[in-house]
Write a new protein. Structure first.
Length: 255
């Protein structure tokens, strides 16, 4: 069931969205060569604590997970697409890092992700990240009343496929509100004019996940969480929480 948020509720959701933006910025600032993924997680934890927010990631355990998630961010490096566990891995020159973070504040949740490089970037990684961000922007632009879920999916998929990148099967965006994962699902590829019609008050996490090698296949690590490319190519993941309003899309996790 899809919960339509009031204008007041959407305004309230801006608070956790802002916390997420600041936590992602702090994690990115901490991501220097030699820093550990735990350092990035600690930086985000400090932002959440200062804001009085809690983490919807910490302790989260969906049906597929063997253990609860131990961090407040997902930290995915190079061939890891999503759900990487922050550990003592130390960042190296040229690493591609994707950080996903959520915050719960005032009974509402915000969810966003960013990808970036550490040290000297590879040109191919910069193109991958730029395309992921362009796909996210296209998906957000399609998040307007009267359009359908398929229009968002088609906008994202078109940008990704045109650039020759793969799209992770079975994973995509979702509704956001009182909990981190709500209806409806938002695929990263689809047919325009199909699916649920978008209405003012819907709040969606839109999140392209791109695979540089062009394949759609992925595998799960032994930790039961980290999803990696099968071909070993690099991946990028970007995300915003977006409210659909009569005036168009409103990004709730912008800085």
């Amino acid at each position: 069931m899809v919960e339509l948020k009031t204008e007041e509720s959407i305004n309230e959701m801006r608070a956790p969205g802002r916390v997420v933006a600041h936590a992602l910025a702090a994690a990115r600032e901490a991501a220097s060569v030699g820093a550990s993924l735990l350092d990035l997680d600690r930086a985000a934890r400090a932002v959440l604590a200062e804001a009085g927010a809690s983490s919807p990631f910490l302790g989260y355990r969906p049906h597929f997970a063997p253990v609860p998630f131990p961090g407040v961010v997902c930290a995915s490096v190079n061939d890891a697409i999503v759900h990487g566990i922050p550990d003592d891995y130390r960042l190296r020159d040229g690493d591609l890092v994707s950080i996903d973070c959520g915050a719960e504040l005032g009974g509402w949740v915000g969810d966003a992700a960013v990808s970036f490089t550490v040290g000297r970037p590879r040109p191919a990684d910069l193109r991958l990240i730029e395309t992921a961000e362009a796909a996210l922007a296209a998906g957000i632009a399609a998040a307007r009343p009267g359009n359908r879920i398929g229009d968002i999916a088609y906008a994202i998929g078109t940008v990704c496929r045109t650039a020759g990148y793969g799209i992770m099967e079975d994973f995509g965006g979702h509704g956001v509100g009182r909990t981190m994962h709500e209806d409806p699902g938002v695929p990263n590829e689809g047919r325009p004019g199909r699916g649920m019609q978008l209405r003012p008050g819907m709040v969606l996490a839109i999140e392209p996940m791109l695979i540089a090698g062009g394949t759609d296949e992925y595998r799960c690590d032994g930790d039961g969480w980290t999803l990696r490319t099968v071909d070993g190519s690099r991946a990028a993941h970007v995300e915003h929480t977006v409210a659909i309003t009569a005036d168009g899309p409103r990004i709730l996790t912008a800085p």
